[in-house]
Write a protein that binds this ligand. Structure first.
Ligand code: HEM
Length: 203
């Protein structure tokens, strides 16, 4: 499996301590059908993975340093309660964010993938945010902001998909597959936010 670095602090995909999700592979198959996610989308996501592989640092910089950092209501989630920068927190979670781009495109969507979706979502909630990096920051990222940010990610990923000279049709199909995957992932995350016991206050 392609990894963006040999050692990604706090990245624990497939590790024994990742709790099994109550969502089964069968449930995910149904969800894929609901999102219209087909084998063709799977193929185009693989292609997207190849296209994005050496651009993950630029993309995450774009999202976090150029967009989130300039929106105070979002920037605070990577800062201390006094709003001071936490550069190590940002650097480490940036690496995991980069790896997530590759995992989205290149990992098989099996039980390990489902379980890690739950873990990533928990790391945005009161149950687990800040713990992996041992920092003090906001206790959670509101679910509504996570869902809203999909629009930004989906819009801004497009030039990166087009950066390697693929045809407009291929770029369009990679983009469609990407958008469907993010939609599916966020559908799973809503379940995790609910399950975390903080659904109302983390909304
Ligand atoms: C579609 C929306 C989003 C996706 C797909 C996403 C994805 C991720 C991923 C993959 C990680 C690394 C998780 C890990 O392995 O630890 C992460 C962490 C994080 N994200 Fe997001 N994110 C989204 C929205 C947001 C938004 C809107 C914010 C707030 C501005 C945010 C703030 C954070 C923070 C603070 C962490 C570190 C969490 C921790 O303490 O462990 N995310 N995100």
């Amino acid at each position: 499996m392609k990894e963006i670095a040999e050692n990604i602090p706090g990245y624990s995909y497939g590790a024994a301590d990742i709790v099994q999700s109550t969502v089964s592979v069968q449930d995910l198959e149904s969800l894929k059908i609901s999102a219209g996610f087909t084998h063709e989308d799977e193929r185009y996501l693989r292609l997207a993975g190849e296209v994005l592989a050496d651009q993950t640092a630029k993309i995450v910089h774009h999202w976090r340093a150029e967009i989130i950092a300039s929106i105070p209501n979002l920037a605070r989630h990577s800062r201390s309660p006094e709003e001071n920068p936490l550069p190590e927190y940002l650097a480490k979670s940036n690496l995991r964010f980069e790896q997530w781009i590759l995992d989205t495109c290149l990992r098989p969507y099996n039980q390990d993938w489902i379980n890690y979706q739950r873990e990533i979502a928990l790391r945005h909630t009161t149950s687990k945010k800040n713990q992996v990096d041992g920092v003090q920051s906001t206790p959670f990222v509101p679910l509504r902001d996570v869902i809203a940010f999909i629009a930004v990610m989906n819009e801004t990923i497009k030039p990166y998909l087009a950066a390697k000279g693929n045809s407009p049709d291929e770029v369009h199909k990679m983009h469609l597959a990407w958008c469907k995957s993010i939609q599916i992932q966020l559908a799973l995350w809503v379940g995790t936010y609910s399950e975390s016991g903080h659904a109302t206050d983390n909304w």
